[in-house]
Design a protein. Structure first.
Length: 758
């Protein structure tokens, strides 16, 4: 007998060649099973096509005989004959993608690298958190349809219950009486779990999970430490954990070692994955999206990209964008190669010098001083993504084959690259929808919508996807990337900023500074900027450049901190000031740095708060004594040991293994101490440490994990932290005090160190 069920798709995954779906309806959560046979395409030498198909037949992996179909080539936009292959064993698609490299050199293979759950959603027209109607028999899906729209911006979400799970003290020091496992909920449930008998621990966790039945387990370092520990105990004691809802028995390989890789000069650590089956596990420390936009941001990107929620939580925003672009390509009936096929063409040295540049950045004009009044900042809204969308920049549209022989072409300024005039690019079309969604969310926030918190989380997730869109366009491994496209965007960006500068100057304003997509202008005389004149200027520039320019704000006062090497010039990416509405904007200073101790950030925040109360430079100058008292108060608390140890911890990213360090610095010393404690740190992981005083006032470094275990308060290197306070103060008020002021503070610092040494 057929039945119908409606609800929200909260999870799906493939196990044993079966797609399992979990749907939350009015009566709770139910699961269903469906079969899915993936399809991909091949083209190449007929002998190799035959060998490839014969191999699939030997493995009994063919669902039907291959057939010839017509698709469009991605780069040439021409009809192309390819062989369509449907697999009877879905898991075999991974083997094709990962292992059959011998054929890749002889055959072009398309659509082979789409994850099975995502391919299933493409085929069925559904997506994570879609409201679906399922016709079923038993647990078998007979038909599934989405009854909600992916394009909806004000979509409904199911009410998902959540439980938090974490180690109380630190994930690296292990389970102990001083470091129990904590389970808590927003409704007030809180319990610290420590039992010497770990069987009791597992049973108690099962009781809590079974009673509360949460839809989401939100952990801290769950992938790296907590879940590997619990699943290890589960296997050791043969006690099944209730974390999975799936009734089948799921065996996990216990893994605590993650992977480290280098990208854009940074070493990144990625923890192993421990998804749950039928319940969502999201590790707040193993999710870039969660750190910035929480669960609502993950939900937004999962919907748009058709990536299951747990995988989206651990994936990059670039991966989400690639999936969205893939959906656009499939809708256009394009053949998408398994890897990027358009390589950078050879260039002369002159061409490299001409086109291989970044965004336009200028040094601040400090001819009128470093602390200025009545300054306007104008920002291009999402400049690079807007250029990619508005100027049709995509890997297949830059130097496209279809327009190569045309007599009249549209060229990118400053290059000899041309843009396709016959079709819309996949990347530009995908970005158009994302830009539109983010614009809608921001408009709702500005209008004071009661859902502003929800909209803000969604627009924040989209913002980071738009930020990465430009980088992915030039990334060598990106499916929809091509260096000429990347260079085209920066070329247009430079031209747009120069046009904006010229129009501003032609209208009588003084150009002060530019940072890629922002420009700072001043007005001659003491007259205040009016909103009408700035909006008029923005309209002129927007019409000329085809990129929307907005007024970020008018500063009552604006400070450009001086360069450490030359105090007569400013730094391009550091500034702070007070807007005319009283808000403070801060970029690049200590409070924005992740490596600084909380105590130093609190101090600089207090200084900036005092500055925020001042409407002009004159009132700032009157606050000098207040700044002095604040500094003295923080120094006194430091020297009287009133500052919590946790507020003095600095943070560093470990860039290599302990054996590779040669110098005796904060990283190598901390690693050595942690290794002696049996705690391993992998490249890309972050550590926190305390600066302590050793023999002859020498600096030593104590990792957080060891500092937490110390019975007595460590001997803090107070002079080191006082110097950080001086640096934070100087960065904020250097233009309000003579340079000798900070020189005197540092001389006093040296005197303190000398007195302590003797």
């Amino acid at each position: 007998m057929e039945n119908v069920y409606e609800g929200y798709l909260i999870d799906l995954y493939d196990l044993e060649n079966t797609i399992t779906l979990w749907v939350k309806g009015a009566d709770g959560v139910r699961y269903f099973h469906d079969t899915f046979y993936p399809t991909f395409y091949i083209k190449g030498n007929k002998d190799f096509e035959k060998r490839f198909i014969d191999r699939l037949r030997e493995r009994r992996a063919l669902l039907t005989d291959p057939k010839i179909v017509i698709k469009k080539g991605f780069y040439d936009n021409e009809p192309t004959e390819v062989l369509k292959i449907s697999l009877s064993i879905p898991s075999f698609l991974r083997k094709i993608y990962h292992k059959l490299y011998a054929f890749y050199e002889k055959l072009d293979i398309y659509h082979s690298d789409v994850e099975l759950p995502t391919a299933y959603m493409y085929a069925k027209g559904i997506y994570p958190l879609a409201k679906v109607r399922i016709e079923f028999q038993g647990t078998k899906v007979l038909k599934i349809d989405s009854i909600s729209m992916l394009c909806d911006k004000d979509y409904e979400l199911p009410v998902l219950s959540k439980i938090d799970m974490f180690f109380k003290q630190n994930h690296r020091i292990g389970y102990s009486q001083n470091n129990p496992i904590v389970l808590s909920t927003d409704s007030g449930f809180y319990e610290e779990l420590y039992f010497a008998d770990t069987k009791i621990l597992l049973n108690r966790i099962n009781e809590i999970i079974s009673t509360l039945d949460p839809d989401i387990v939100l952990s801290a370092f769950g992938d790296q430490a907590l879940l590997p520990f619990l699943f290890y105990l589960s296997q050791k004691h043969r006690i099944r954990l209730s974390l999975d809802r799936d009734p089948g028995y799921i065996t996990r390989k216990i893994q605590t070692k993650g992977t480290s890789f280098e990208t854009y000069g940074q070493v990144i650590y990625r923890a192993p994955n421990y998804p749950l089956f039928g319940r969502l596990h999201i590790d707040s420390n193993n999710s870039f999206v969660f750190k910035d936009s929480y669960l609502l941001g993950i939900f937004e990107l999962a919907r748009l990209s058709r990536i299951p929620i747990q995988r989206m939580a651990r994936a990059s925003t670039g991966t989400a964008l690639t999936n969205i672009e893939m959906a656009v390509a499939l809708k256009g009936d394009y053949l998408v190669p398994w890897q990027k096929a358009a390589l950078e063409r050879p260039k002369t040295v002159y061409e490299l010098l001409r086109v291989d540049k970044g965004g336009l950045v200028t040094l601040p004009d400090l001819s009128e001083g470093s602390l200025l009044e009545n300054i306007a900042q104008l920002d291009f809204a999402q400049m690079y993504p807007s250029i990619m969308s508005g100027y049709n920049i995509s890997p297949e549209t830059v130097n496209c084959l279809c327009c190569d022989k045309e007599k009249v072409k549209t060229y990118i300024p400053g290059t000899n690259y041309h843009i396709c005039g016959k079709r819309r690019g996949v990347v530009s079309e995908a970005l158009e929808d994302i830009l539109s969604r983010r614009k809608y969310y921001k408009e709702q926030i500005d209008a004071g919508s009661p859902l502003s918190t929800t909209y803000d989380a969604r627009q924040s997730a989209l913002k980071w996807m738009l930020v990465t869109s430009f980088g992915y366009l030039g990334y060598r491994n990106a499916k929809f990337g091509r260096l000429e496209s990347h260079e085209s965007v920066t070329a247009i960006g430079r031209e747009v900023l120069l046009i904006a500068k010229e129009i501003a100057e032609d209208n009588g304003y003084t150009f002060l500074h530019a940072i890629t997509d922002s420009l700072f202008i001043s007005k001659k005389g003491r007259a205040k900027f009016t909103n009408e004149e700035l909006l008029s200027l923005c309209k002129k520039i927007s019409e000329k450049t085809k990129i929307i320019l907005k007024v970020e704000g008018v500063y009552d006062w604006l400070s450009f901190p001086a360069s450490k090497r030359d105090h007569k010039i400013g730094v391009v990416n550091r500034y702070f000031g007070r807007f005319s509405n009283g808000a403070l904007k801060v970029r690049g200073v200590f409070v924005r740095r992740k490596d600084m101790p909380q105590y130093i950030k609190k101090f600089q925040t207090e200084i900036l708060d005092i500055m925020q109360s001042c409407e002009n430079i004159e009132s700032l100058l009157k606050m000098k004594s207040t700044f002095d008292r604040t500094f003295d108060r923080y120094v006194t608390s430091l020297f009287e040991d009133k500052v919590p140890i946790a507020d003095l911890l600095l943070r560093r990213t470990i860039s290599k293994s302990p054996a590779e360090y040669v110098a005796n610095n904060s990283s190598s010393q901390s690693l050595r101490l942690l290794t002696n404690e049996g705690i391993g740190i992998e490249p890309g992981e972050k550590i926190r440490y305390l600066v302590t005083k050793g023999y002859k006032q020498k600096r030593e470094y104590l990792p957080e994990e060891i500092a937490l275990r110390a019975t007595n308060r460590p001997l803090i290197h107070k002079e080191f932290y006082r110097d950080l306070l001086i640096q934070a103060l100087e960065e904020a008020i250097e233009h309000l005090q003579p340079r000798d002021y900070f020189k005197a503070l540092r001389q006093k610092q040296l005197l303190l160190q000398f007195e302590q040494a003797i």
